[in-house]
Design a protein around this ligand. Sequence first.
Ligand code: FE
Length: 342
Amino acid sequence: MDQNTFNTLCLQQLTLSGVNESETVAILSQGASRASYADAFLWAAQQLGASAYHLRIADAAPSSGAWAVGSSGLAEHPLAIQALKEVDMLIDLKFLLFSKEQFEIQAAGTRILTVVEPPELLGRLMPTKELRERVEIGQEILAKASSMRITSDGGTDVTYELGMYPTMTEYGYNDEPGRWDHWPAAFVFTGGSDEGVNGRIVLSPGDVLLPFNTYVQTPVELTIENGFVQDIRGGLDAELLKSYIETFNDPRGYGMSHVGWGLDHRAHWHGLTQFGGGMGMELRSFYGNVMFSIGPNNELGGPNDTPCHFDIPMRNNSLFLDDEPIVVKGEIVVPEMRAAGR
Ligand code: FE
Protein backbone atom coordinates (compact mmCIF):
# COMPACT_ATOMS: atom_id res chain seq x y z
CA MET A 1 0.00 0.00 0.00
CA ASP A 2 1.37 3.45 -0.84
CA GLN A 3 1.93 5.92 1.97
CA ASN A 4 -0.79 8.35 0.86
CA THR A 5 -3.45 5.65 0.97
CA PHE A 6 -2.21 4.52 4.37
CA ASN A 7 -2.24 8.13 5.62
CA THR A 8 -5.90 8.39 4.64
CA LEU A 9 -6.78 5.19 6.50
CA CYS A 10 -5.09 6.49 9.65
CA LEU A 11 -6.95 9.78 9.30
CA GLN A 12 -10.26 7.89 9.12
CA GLN A 13 -9.22 5.93 12.21
CA LEU A 14 -8.25 8.96 14.29
CA THR A 15 -11.43 10.76 13.21
CA LEU A 16 -13.55 7.84 14.45
CA SER A 17 -11.46 7.86 17.64
CA GLY A 18 -12.41 11.48 18.26
CA VAL A 19 -8.93 12.97 18.08
CA ASN A 20 -9.13 16.77 18.01
CA GLU A 21 -7.14 19.97 18.35
CA SER A 22 -7.29 19.90 22.15
CA GLU A 23 -5.57 16.51 22.32
CA THR A 24 -2.09 15.00 22.39
CA VAL A 25 -1.44 11.69 20.65
CA ALA A 26 1.67 9.58 21.29
CA ILE A 27 2.78 6.83 18.95
CA LEU A 28 4.91 4.07 20.47
CA SER A 29 7.10 1.80 18.38
CA GLN A 30 10.07 -0.45 18.87
CA GLY A 31 13.23 -0.80 16.80
CA ALA A 32 12.73 -0.48 13.06
CA SER A 33 9.20 -1.91 13.15
CA ARG A 34 6.26 -0.13 11.54
CA ALA A 35 8.04 3.15 10.77
CA SER A 36 5.53 3.84 8.00
CA TYR A 37 2.67 3.37 10.50
CA ALA A 38 4.21 5.99 12.79
CA ASP A 39 4.55 8.39 9.84
CA ALA A 40 0.93 7.86 8.81
CA PHE A 41 -0.41 8.46 12.33
CA LEU A 42 1.75 11.58 12.81
CA TRP A 43 0.37 12.97 9.56
CA ALA A 44 -3.21 12.06 10.48
CA ALA A 45 -3.01 13.60 13.96
CA GLN A 46 -1.60 16.77 12.43
CA GLN A 47 -4.52 16.99 9.97
CA LEU A 48 -6.89 16.95 12.96
CA GLY A 49 -4.96 19.72 14.69
CA ALA A 50 -3.76 17.48 17.52
CA SER A 51 -0.31 17.62 19.02
CA ALA A 52 1.51 14.36 18.25
CA TYR A 53 4.87 12.72 18.79
CA HIS A 54 6.55 9.40 18.12
CA LEU A 55 8.25 7.58 20.98
CA ARG A 56 10.56 4.83 19.79
CA ILE A 57 12.33 2.37 22.10
CA ALA A 58 15.21 0.04 21.26
CA ASP A 59 14.67 -3.49 20.02
CA ALA A 60 14.21 -6.13 22.70
CA ALA A 61 16.88 -8.71 23.45
CA PRO A 62 16.28 -11.99 21.59
CA SER A 63 13.69 -14.14 23.38
CA SER A 64 12.68 -17.78 23.26
CA GLY A 65 10.74 -17.13 20.08
CA ALA A 66 7.44 -18.03 21.73
CA TRP A 67 4.69 -15.41 21.84
CA ALA A 68 4.96 -14.44 25.50
CA VAL A 69 2.33 -11.87 26.41
CA GLY A 70 2.67 -9.35 29.20
CA SER A 71 6.21 -8.12 28.75
CA SER A 72 5.96 -4.58 27.45
CA GLY A 73 9.64 -3.66 27.26
CA LEU A 74 8.65 -0.41 28.95
CA ALA A 75 9.56 -1.38 32.50
CA GLU A 76 13.10 -0.04 32.04
CA HIS A 77 11.77 3.27 30.67
CA PRO A 78 9.95 4.93 33.57
CA LEU A 79 10.13 8.35 31.92
CA ALA A 80 8.44 6.99 28.80
CA ILE A 81 5.65 5.50 30.94
CA GLN A 82 5.27 8.86 32.65
CA ALA A 83 4.95 10.61 29.28
CA LEU A 84 2.38 8.10 27.99
CA LYS A 85 0.24 8.60 31.09
CA GLU A 86 0.01 12.30 30.23
CA VAL A 87 -1.31 11.96 26.66
CA ASP A 88 -4.95 11.59 25.59
CA MET A 89 -4.39 8.76 23.15
CA LEU A 90 -1.62 6.23 22.68
CA ILE A 91 -1.17 4.41 19.38
CA ASP A 92 0.59 1.19 20.33
CA LEU A 93 2.58 -0.19 17.41
CA LYS A 94 4.51 -2.68 19.55
CA PHE A 95 1.82 -4.71 21.42
CA LEU A 96 1.75 -3.83 25.11
CA LEU A 97 -1.28 -5.96 25.86
CA PHE A 98 -1.40 -7.82 29.18
CA SER A 99 1.53 -5.84 30.58
CA LYS A 100 1.23 -4.06 33.89
CA GLU A 101 2.62 -0.95 32.19
CA GLN A 102 -0.35 -0.91 29.80
CA PHE A 103 -2.81 -1.15 32.69
CA GLU A 104 -0.94 1.63 34.51
CA ILE A 105 -1.12 3.92 31.46
CA GLN A 106 -4.86 3.21 31.01
CA ALA A 107 -5.52 3.85 34.69
CA ALA A 108 -4.10 7.35 34.21
CA GLY A 109 -6.89 8.01 31.66
CA THR A 110 -4.97 7.48 28.41
CA ARG A 111 -6.97 5.62 25.77
CA ILE A 112 -4.96 3.07 23.81
CA LEU A 113 -5.33 1.67 20.32
CA THR A 114 -3.11 -1.22 19.27
CA VAL A 115 -2.22 -1.28 15.57
CA VAL A 116 0.00 -4.11 14.37
CA GLU A 117 -1.90 -5.79 11.52
CA PRO A 118 -0.98 -5.37 7.81
CA PRO A 119 -2.24 -2.11 6.20
CA GLU A 120 -4.39 -4.00 3.66
CA LEU A 121 -6.30 -5.65 6.49
CA LEU A 122 -6.63 -2.35 8.39
CA GLY A 123 -8.22 -0.92 5.27
CA ARG A 124 -10.57 -3.80 4.50
CA LEU A 125 -11.80 -4.05 8.10
CA MET A 126 -11.98 -0.30 8.79
CA PRO A 127 -14.22 0.05 11.84
CA THR A 128 -17.65 1.65 11.53
CA LYS A 129 -20.17 3.11 13.97
CA GLU A 130 -22.64 0.37 12.97
CA LEU A 131 -20.14 -2.28 13.96
CA ARG A 132 -19.56 -0.59 17.29
CA GLU A 133 -23.29 -0.51 17.90
CA ARG A 134 -23.58 -4.23 17.15
CA VAL A 135 -20.71 -5.04 19.52
CA GLU A 136 -22.21 -2.85 22.25
CA ILE A 137 -25.57 -4.62 21.92
CA GLY A 138 -23.63 -7.85 22.47
CA GLN A 139 -21.98 -6.33 25.53
CA GLU A 140 -25.34 -5.40 27.01
CA ILE A 141 -26.72 -8.90 26.52
CA LEU A 142 -23.59 -10.62 27.82
CA ALA A 143 -23.21 -8.39 30.88
CA LYS A 144 -26.67 -9.41 32.12
CA ALA A 145 -26.08 -13.17 31.85
CA SER A 146 -25.16 -15.43 34.72
CA SER A 147 -24.15 -18.45 32.66
CA MET A 148 -22.86 -19.28 29.20
CA ARG A 149 -23.08 -22.66 27.55
CA ILE A 150 -21.28 -23.55 24.31
CA THR A 151 -22.10 -26.63 22.25
CA SER A 152 -21.09 -28.07 18.88
CA ASP A 153 -21.85 -31.02 16.66
CA GLY A 154 -18.27 -32.11 17.30
CA GLY A 155 -19.06 -32.78 20.95
CA THR A 156 -18.39 -29.50 22.76
CA ASP A 157 -20.51 -28.94 25.84
CA VAL A 158 -19.00 -26.48 28.28
CA THR A 159 -20.51 -24.11 30.80
CA TYR A 160 -19.04 -20.85 32.10
CA GLU A 161 -20.38 -19.33 35.31
CA LEU A 162 -20.42 -15.57 34.73
CA GLY A 163 -20.64 -12.50 36.91
CA MET A 164 -17.18 -12.30 38.44
CA TYR A 165 -15.56 -10.40 35.56
CA PRO A 166 -16.60 -7.41 33.45
CA THR A 167 -17.80 -7.68 29.86
CA MET A 168 -15.49 -6.04 27.37
CA THR A 169 -15.74 -4.91 23.76
CA GLU A 170 -13.37 -4.59 20.85
CA TYR A 171 -14.67 -2.72 17.81
CA GLY A 172 -11.50 -1.31 16.31
CA TYR A 173 -11.42 2.33 17.42
CA ASN A 174 -11.41 4.18 20.69
CA ASP A 175 -12.86 7.46 21.89
CA GLU A 176 -13.20 6.66 25.62
CA PRO A 177 -10.61 7.75 28.20
CA GLY A 178 -8.78 4.83 29.84
CA ARG A 179 -10.16 2.24 27.40
CA TRP A 180 -8.16 -0.10 25.19
CA ASP A 181 -9.01 -1.38 21.71
CA HIS A 182 -7.33 -3.06 18.75
CA TRP A 183 -7.70 -2.19 15.04
CA PRO A 184 -9.26 -4.22 13.44
CA ALA A 185 -11.63 -6.04 15.80
CA ALA A 186 -15.32 -6.81 16.32
CA PHE A 187 -16.14 -9.04 19.23
CA VAL A 188 -17.42 -9.09 22.77
CA PHE A 189 -16.07 -11.12 25.67
CA THR A 190 -15.99 -11.78 29.37
CA GLY A 191 -14.40 -14.46 31.54
CA GLY A 192 -15.77 -17.36 33.54
CA SER A 193 -15.67 -17.11 37.32
CA ASP A 194 -12.54 -18.57 38.92
CA GLU A 195 -13.15 -22.33 39.17
CA GLY A 196 -16.48 -21.77 37.36
CA VAL A 197 -15.76 -23.35 33.97
CA ASN A 198 -16.58 -27.03 33.48
CA GLY A 199 -17.19 -29.40 30.60
CA ARG A 200 -15.66 -30.45 27.34
CA ILE A 201 -14.50 -28.53 24.29
CA VAL A 202 -13.87 -30.47 21.10
CA LEU A 203 -12.05 -28.49 18.44
CA SER A 204 -13.12 -29.43 14.93
CA PRO A 205 -11.20 -29.16 11.66
CA GLY A 206 -11.16 -25.52 10.62
CA ASP A 207 -11.14 -24.08 14.13
CA VAL A 208 -8.25 -21.69 14.61
CA LEU A 209 -5.23 -21.80 16.90
CA LEU A 210 -3.76 -18.36 17.59
CA PRO A 211 -0.78 -17.66 17.92
CA PHE A 212 0.04 -20.79 15.86
CA ASN A 213 -1.96 -19.09 13.11
CA THR A 214 -3.08 -22.52 11.90
CA TYR A 215 -6.36 -24.29 11.27
CA VAL A 216 -7.04 -27.42 13.32
CA GLN A 217 -6.87 -30.49 11.04
CA THR A 218 -7.85 -33.24 13.48
CA PRO A 219 -10.26 -33.08 16.46
CA VAL A 220 -8.78 -31.96 19.79
CA GLU A 221 -10.66 -32.79 22.97
CA LEU A 222 -10.10 -30.57 26.02
CA THR A 223 -11.50 -31.58 29.39
CA ILE A 224 -12.14 -28.60 31.66
CA GLU A 225 -12.63 -28.82 35.41
CA ASN A 226 -12.96 -25.95 37.84
CA GLY A 227 -11.62 -23.38 35.41
CA PHE A 228 -8.60 -25.33 34.21
CA VAL A 229 -7.89 -27.57 31.24
CA GLN A 230 -7.12 -30.93 32.84
CA ASP A 231 -6.57 -33.00 29.74
CA ILE A 232 -5.89 -32.48 26.03
CA ARG A 233 -6.41 -35.42 23.69
CA GLY A 234 -6.26 -35.97 19.96
CA GLY A 235 -3.79 -36.23 17.11
CA LEU A 236 -1.02 -33.95 15.95
CA ASP A 237 -2.82 -30.69 16.80
CA ALA A 238 -3.38 -31.82 20.39
CA GLU A 239 0.27 -32.75 20.74
CA LEU A 240 1.46 -29.43 19.32
CA LEU A 241 -0.83 -27.52 21.67
CA LYS A 242 0.39 -29.42 24.74
CA SER A 243 4.02 -29.25 23.71
CA TYR A 244 3.84 -25.47 23.26
CA ILE A 245 2.07 -24.82 26.58
CA GLU A 246 4.58 -27.02 28.42
CA THR A 247 7.52 -24.85 27.30
CA PHE A 248 6.21 -22.07 29.55
CA ASN A 249 6.55 -24.31 32.60
CA ASP A 250 3.55 -22.61 34.15
CA PRO A 251 0.40 -24.58 35.08
CA ARG A 252 -1.59 -21.32 34.84
CA GLY A 253 -1.18 -21.62 31.04
CA TYR A 254 -4.03 -24.16 31.33
CA GLY A 255 -6.40 -21.63 32.97
CA MET A 256 -9.60 -20.66 31.14
CA SER A 257 -9.43 -17.05 29.97
CA HIS A 258 -11.80 -14.81 27.98
CA VAL A 259 -14.79 -16.11 26.02
CA GLY A 260 -17.26 -14.52 23.60
CA TRP A 261 -18.31 -14.21 19.96
CA GLY A 262 -17.34 -12.36 16.75
CA LEU A 263 -19.51 -9.87 14.85
CA ASP A 264 -17.80 -8.60 11.69
CA HIS A 265 -19.56 -9.86 8.57
CA ARG A 266 -16.64 -8.56 6.46
CA ALA A 267 -14.02 -10.68 8.26
CA HIS A 268 -13.20 -13.96 6.55
CA TRP A 269 -12.82 -17.28 8.29
CA HIS A 270 -10.22 -18.11 5.64
CA GLY A 271 -8.31 -14.89 6.50
CA LEU A 272 -5.11 -16.64 7.60
CA THR A 273 -4.62 -17.89 4.06
CA GLN A 274 -4.10 -14.24 3.07
CA PHE A 275 -2.46 -12.71 6.15
CA GLY A 276 -0.56 -15.62 7.68
CA GLY A 277 1.99 -13.38 9.36
CA GLY A 278 -0.42 -11.08 11.21
CA MET A 279 -1.91 -11.33 14.70
CA GLY A 280 -5.09 -13.07 13.51
CA MET A 281 -7.49 -10.23 14.38
CA GLU A 282 -9.60 -11.12 11.34
CA LEU A 283 -10.09 -14.61 12.78
CA ARG A 284 -11.06 -13.30 16.21
CA SER A 285 -13.66 -11.10 14.54
CA PHE A 286 -15.38 -13.20 11.89
CA TYR A 287 -19.14 -13.15 12.13
CA GLY A 288 -20.63 -15.87 14.32
CA ASN A 289 -17.36 -17.35 15.57
CA VAL A 290 -17.35 -18.46 19.19
CA MET A 291 -13.95 -17.78 20.69
CA PHE A 292 -12.58 -19.12 23.93
CA SER A 293 -9.07 -18.68 25.21
CA ILE A 294 -6.66 -20.08 27.72
CA GLY A 295 -4.00 -18.35 29.80
CA PRO A 296 -4.06 -14.94 31.47
CA ASN A 297 -7.23 -13.23 32.71
CA ASN A 298 -5.52 -10.14 34.18
CA GLU A 299 -6.96 -8.10 31.28
CA LEU A 300 -10.36 -8.73 32.91
CA GLY A 301 -9.03 -7.98 36.38
CA GLY A 302 -8.32 -11.61 37.28
CA PRO A 303 -5.29 -13.07 39.06
CA ASN A 304 -3.77 -15.12 36.22
CA ASP A 305 -0.89 -13.28 34.52
CA THR A 306 0.85 -16.19 32.82
CA PRO A 307 2.63 -15.24 29.58
CA CYS A 308 1.16 -18.33 27.83
CA HIS A 309 -1.95 -17.37 25.86
CA PHE A 310 -4.11 -18.98 23.17
CA ASP A 311 -7.14 -17.54 21.42
CA ILE A 312 -9.24 -20.20 19.72
CA PRO A 313 -12.06 -19.01 17.42
CA MET A 314 -14.41 -21.87 16.51
CA ARG A 315 -16.81 -22.26 13.58
CA ASN A 316 -20.40 -23.52 13.58
CA ASN A 317 -20.72 -23.49 17.36
CA SER A 318 -23.81 -22.58 19.38
CA LEU A 319 -23.71 -20.25 22.37
CA PHE A 320 -26.47 -19.81 24.96
CA LEU A 321 -26.74 -17.21 27.72
CA ASP A 322 -28.97 -18.38 30.58
CA ASP A 323 -30.31 -20.97 28.08
CA GLU A 324 -31.27 -18.27 25.51
CA PRO A 325 -29.68 -18.92 22.09
CA ILE A 326 -27.33 -16.13 20.95
CA VAL A 327 -25.32 -17.94 18.29
CA VAL A 328 -26.73 -21.08 16.64
CA LYS A 329 -24.33 -23.15 14.53
CA GLY A 330 -22.26 -20.10 13.68
CA GLU A 331 -25.19 -17.76 12.96
CA ILE A 332 -26.10 -14.81 15.20
CA VAL A 333 -29.77 -15.22 16.13
CA VAL A 334 -30.41 -12.06 18.15
CA PRO A 335 -32.16 -9.80 15.60
CA GLU A 336 -30.70 -6.47 16.88
CA MET A 337 -27.19 -7.91 16.68
CA ARG A 338 -27.40 -9.34 13.19
CA ALA A 339 -25.61 -7.81 10.22
CA ALA A 340 -27.92 -6.46 7.50
CA GLY A 341 -28.86 -9.21 5.08
CA ARG A 342 -27.81 -12.06 7.42
FE1 FE B 1 -6.82 -13.25 23.91
